[in-house]
Design a protein around this ligand. Structure first.
Ligand code: FRU
Length: 475
């Protein structure tokens, strides 16, 4: 069986699982997490991802690989990186990035050793056949020493590399013990010899987590943006962004924010040939490891989002290529709302929804609703409390599933109406409010028939557009 037949077979076996997304990217089966090495090459988009081919649980990290002509439909390619016994990545090939080094596709990633992946060093691999197979640099690791100011830690990973003139720069995510997550800045002329410069930014432990992961730094609309994923004792895994000035290799923060208030984590960005800064994130499961193993798959990616700055804040919109998957449209305008649920005569488990509310009180929608209402997921906005809420108490089975609410602070400008973009896809709910507040959630309805939609609230639903979304399946 060829690799592609094998992956197709795995996808076919899982195709009837209605929790599995149909238009978001997921691995053929088993476990996946962070996007890695996203890059455009020869006109195609390449997506790599943290992948465990041995089961639907985290472990023995490999780099899965998929390719796309249009950013939306992905074709599975063979695994790009696998741990090599008795080498710096013998326990795992952790996250990293891909760059074009004078025409040579080059991956810079973190190799791990030890039972708990406690030896984290930076490694390089190159491809001679257009990104299909990868040859690891024989003198890996290219960097293994953690800067002394980190203190006693093994967290030292997720290289993000870019070029300025003739010099390569790299950020590595780590921590300064007792202080907070940090990103260390390095420079190199050849991607193989790295000189440490200084910490570019260190967060506060209580606010941004004890440790940072998966950094990104890039210019955007005349400013610079740093994105990190932070977690720790007092901070659940959260993606933070910092906007500011980057000059003389120092970063001065002017604005900071939370990139997503739900299950979106470890994003990676790339710039494409339309000069768009695209963001891909991991949508973490919200059910038990046992439930994931039973399902045979875990993890998915967000739709790629185009980043921009508006009013000094980070904005994101799903890449417009997504619109090509839109099928039948149901369009409504000026629906007067009453507090009780009003049934909308549309059903679906794979939907792209745009809802625009004029809210005089709490407003919202109910999705994934059973015909008798016994199962449902409620998305609401309270203009007074400036809060976006996803209520999951009735979303589905409580067995090993997180039913706690998701909450985001969302402030509307004076006279601004509430705009919700909702991408529902099986167990995935991606919500972006007014292009700037992101809240991704996971739900696990127990009935395939829980596909109804209702609207409610105080005010007017000025616009409701619901598209049925076509699947991106490869079979
Ligand atoms: C983030 C992360 C990275 C690491 C990878 C391992 O989710 O913990 O820091 O490289 O996942 O799978």
């Amino acid at each position: 069986m060829t690799t592609s037949d094998h992956f197709a077979e795995q996808r076919r076996k899982l195709a009837n699982d209605f929790h599995r997304p149909t238009y978001h990217f997921t691995s053929p089966s088993n476990w996946m997490n962070d996007p890695n090495g996203v890059i455009q090459w020869g006109g195609k988009y390449h997506l790599f991802y943290q992948y465990n081919p041995n089961g639907a649980f985290w472990g023995t990290m490999h780099w899965g690989h998929a390719v796309s002509d249009d950013l939306i439909r992905w074709v599975d390619l063979p695994i790009a990186l696998a741990p090599t016994p008795d080498s710096p990545d013998e326990s795992g090939c952790f996250s990293g990035c891909a760059v074009n080094n004078g025409g040579v596709p080059t991956i810079i990633y973190t190799g791990t050793r030890g039972e708990h992946n406690e030896q984290q060093t930076q490694c390089v691999a190159i491809s001679h056949d257009g990104l299909l197979t990868w040859e690891k640099y024989p003198n890996n690791p290219v960097l293994s020493e953690i800067p002394i100011e980190a203190g006693s830690t093994h967290d030292f990973r997720d290289p993000f590399v870019w070029r300025e003139g003739d010099t390569w720069y790299m950020l590595l995510a780590s921590r300064i013990v007792g202080v907070g997550g940090t990103v260390f800045l390095y420079q190199s002329v050849d991607l193989l010899h790295w000189d440490y410069m200084h910490p570019l930014l260190t967060g506060s432990r209580d606010k941004n987590g004890d440790v940072w992961e998966c950094p990104n730094l890039f210019a955007l609309d005349n400013k610079w943006v740093l994105i990190v994923s932070g977690k720790g004792r007092s901070v659940p895994p959260t993606v933070f962004y910092f906007i500011g000035e980057y000059a003389d290799h120092r970063f001065k923060v002017e604005v900071e924010g939370v990139l997503d208030y739900g299950c979106f984590y470890a994003p990676l960005t790339m710039i494409d040939n339309q000069q768009r800064r695209l963001l891909f994130g991991w949508l973490v499961e919200r059910r038990s490891v046992e439930a994931q193993k039973t399902a045979g798959w875990a993890g998915a990616h967000s739709l790629p989002r185009v980043l921009s700055l508006r009013d000094g804040r980070l904005n994101m919109e799903p890449a417009p290529e997504l619109n090509r998957l839109r099928g039948e449209l149901s369009d409504f305008t000026n629906i007067p709302l009453s507090y009780t649920n009003k049934v909308v005569n549309v059903q679906g488990a794979a939907l792209d929804v745009i809802a625009e509310f004029e809210a005089s009180g709490v407003v919202g929608l109910v999705l994934a609703c059973a015909p008798d209402g016994s199962e449902q997921t409620r998305i609401s906005y309270d203009p007074e409390g400036q809060q976006l809420l996803v209520t999951r108490g009735q979303s589905g089975s409580s067995d090993g599933v997180d039913l706690s609410p998701n909450m985001a602070t969302h402030v509307l400008f004076p006279n601004e109406s509430l705009q919700l973009r909702i991408l529902l896809d099986g167990s995935i709910v991606e919500i972006i409010a007014n292009g700037r507040t992101s809240l991704c959630s996971r739900i696990y309805p127990t009935h395939a028939a829980s596909q109804g939609i209702r609207v409610f609230g105080h005010g007017t639903l000025k616009r409701l557009s619901i598209w049925q979304m076509c699947a991106i399946s490869q079979e």
